[in-house]
Ligand binder design. Structure first.
Ligand code: GDP
Length: 287
């Protein structure tokens, strides 16, 4: 079932912005949070707290509870501290470990694990590359050739946690995909949180519902990440966010109530997502 249509009349809640100014090119490629902190306030909010920036475009009388905005609302200082977990140094090795097509081939890593799942083309490799931009040596492997078996790829992030890049599902997915992912999600002992990617341009698609149902059926805690938020117009993005938020509020149990919108192109939302991962894996105190 697709999400569109869940929230009729949502257009009335949106104050259409006159100018949809993009982040200036000089900052968009910046990886250092110290540089981000120098940005003018509005650009900083747009880059670090994209949901908050979107909220500005809701009409004042729109119900505030429509967007569960501030459940995870770390300070800029906490976000800056989180960057160190994702920064490769000789003492903090961030590296690809191995790949597996079956759970019993998965590396035996004791750290807490977070995994990323999503439809093919949702922007998963781009997002993982953006998360690892402070560790440029890390190679995020992409296997897009039709017919090639896709694998689960394991990355070690220092002594802190493991990040798992799961094969994309939907069109071109191998037949045994569901078996592989299902077994992993159901049986991986140290799996702490699943990040389920949804394309902000098209919203929740039929194939996404398969993954959502898996997470719900196995009572897994998961988080919805909205990708490519630089692509749709501000009005369209806000409409998608409100619809997906409504879906999360009314149709899910295990999904974290706050959405994480991101862009691998402008890095919007990437710092906040790093901070969230560092926090839930027990490595960072944010309050
Ligand atoms: P995957 O199949 O889920 O790993 O998707 P990819 O990361 O390979 O991305 C699929 C396509 O979407 C590629 O053409 C990317 O350049 C594009 N893409 C991914 N992330 C973004 C983003 O944040 N913004 C924009 N504009 N395009 C993106």
């Amino acid at each position: 079932m697709a999400a569109p249509g869940l929230l009729p009349g949502v257009g009335r809640l949106i104050e259409m912005p006159a100018a949809l100014g993009r982040l200036s090119r000089a900052y968009s490629k910046s990886h250092a949070f110290t540089e981000v902190l120098q940005l003018p306030k509005m650009e900083l909010t747009k880059l670090v707290f994209p949901l908050q920036e979107l909220q500005r475009h809701l009409l004042p009388d729109a119900k505030p509870d429509l967007l569960q905005l501030r459940i995870f609302d770390p300070s800029l200082e906490a976000i800056a501290r989180a960057e160190s977990f994702f920064t490769a140094t000789p003492r903090n090795r961030i590296e690809y470990v191995s790949s597996a097509v079956r759970l019993d081939h998965a590396p035996d890593l004791p750290r807490p694990e977070v995994c990323f799942i999503g439809r093919s083309n949702v922007g998963k490799s781009s997002l993982i590359k953006a998360l690892f931009s402070l560790a440029p040596e890390v190679e995020v492997r992409v296997s897009k050739t039709p017919g090639h078996t896709k694998k689960m790829n394991f990355f070690k992030v220092g002594k802190y946690f493991t990040l798992v890049d799961m094969p994309g599902y939907g069109y071109r997915a191998p037949e045994d995909f569901v078996d592989m992912v299902e077994t992993y999600l159901k049986e991986r002992k140290n799996l702490l949180r699943t990040f389920l990617l949804v394309d902000s341009v098209v919203g929740i698609q039929k194939a996404d519902n398969i993954a959502i149902e898996m997470c719900e059926d196995f009572a897994l805690p998961y988080v919805m990440v909205l990708t490519k938020i630089d692509k749709p117009s501000k009005g369209r993005l806000l409409k998608q966010v409100l619809e997906i938020q409504k879906f999360v509020d009314t149709k899910t149990q295990g999904c974290f109530p706050q959405l994480f919108p991101v862009s691998a192109m402008t890095y919007s939302g990437i710092h906040l997502l790093r901070c969230f991962i560092a926090t839930i894996t027990g490595n960072l105190k944010t309050n």
